[in-house]
Design a protein around this ligand. Sequence first.
Ligand SMILES: [Fe+2]
Length: 285
Amino acid sequence: MIELKDVVYCRLGTRDLEGAEWFAVNILGLEVAERHRGAIHFKSDSRYHTLCYFEGDPDEQVTAFEVAGRSELQAAAATLEQLGHPVHAGTAEECATRHVREFIRFTDPTGNGIELVVRPEHSGQRYHGTRDAGITGFSHVGLCTTDAARDEKFWTTVCNARVSDRIGDAPLMRLGSIHHSIALFPFHKPGIQHINHQVEATDDIQRSLNHLRDRQINITFGPGRHPTSSAQFLYFSGPDGMTFEYSTGVCEIHDEPMWRDRQFPFEPVGFCQWGSRPRIAAFED
Ligand SMILES: [Fe+2]
């Protein structure tokens, strides 16, 4: 079993690095950690970075997860190779740009780019964005799946994810106690479906709603509250059509043996208990 500790960063290719930086700083509210050879790394919490935009094809997207150490990484590589997932071991230069000790890259059964990393750096400095978005940290990703049952099996039996709840066939899965760190949404092609940052409070959601509206940002869902995780949320579009989410108040699951995953309908009411309707392709029938 590949034991994933947490989701650590996303990497997104873009043809407009300058535009992506403007969005990440002025709209999303992240802080530039480093600019290096056609890539910009952004902080959202005490980690060295949690998001990277790089010059490249917008279809090139990667989600990274931390594993405990070198032997666990080697064991993961062997398991993945055995299952027919070709593995690329990160070069010294690739490790240096990511500020990780070691990593491997592979694709999940749908074709999503995944990196497993060892010892991702913490900066020792707290994050402070230039705009007060109230972000407390990068928290979860939604990944597209072309076969939800197959991919749920991959993440829960090859890896250690546990299903907290399902919306239709879309599983919301935890790695630690937070309700979900990965969610899989049925879609016709691979890709990151959304990137979530937690914010401190309802006030931050409401303040961002006005900030985004005033700047003509496409708000695609919310404000609302998820009946699954009980988090209040706001979804909006970023560069290259990527969906970003702010949320606050995600529940935690501490009683592992007693938790039973719940089934919610794949309808607006399964996503929002305040009556908001999503305008996001993977959330609609
Ligand atoms: Fe989310």
